[in-house]
Design a protein around this ligand. Sequence first.
Ligand code: IMP
Length: 194
Amino acid sequence: MKIDKLVVASHNAGKINEIKSLLAPFKIEVQSAADLHLSDVEETGKTFEENAKLKANTISLKCGLPCLADDSGLCVDALGGRPGVYSARYAPNRDFNEGMKMLLKEISDSGSKNRKAHFSCFLALAYPNKKTKIFEGRVNGTIAEKPHGKGGFGYDPIFIPEGYDKTFAELGDDIKNKISHRSRALEKLIKELE
Ligand code: IMP
């Protein structure tokens, strides 16, 4: 479905710029919720999908425009899928060095030898008078024994994507943006806009 204006329900400049550059070829005017002076929507859902839908629907209703929202996080097998939707809040005061330390300790304390994990991203595209569409992206990998690398953000220094022997933080943006959960979900969304 063709659209010419889209509001991104985020105040995160990095995410907004990533989405703007991926949508540039489609001549879609992208604005953020911050540009429209709309406050952040609280993530009260229990799943990525619920949170993405909640944010996209709320902002779309408020401004009467199509709206895109995402929710993402790291799911660790040995911890039953945690931190998952709580990935951002798991790290105390969003200090991800501390968050990674806590996560590595939790895995070690669990006694499990399973290092498998995945990043998940759910994108919700809400239209004022249509059903909200969901696009999912996922990248599988393993959790390193300790953090490596300075690039990326969040849990990148401890996540080794499948098919590589370095963490996202060591691989750099070019590789990460080709294979990440977020770019995979965006690729599906782009197909919808073509
Ligand atoms: P949100 O989608 O803005 O709620 O953020 C989810 C949280 O998941 C982030 O704060 C990060 O901790 C984590 N996360 C999501 N995607 C990535 C990623 O690509 N690399 C590292 N951490 C991520």
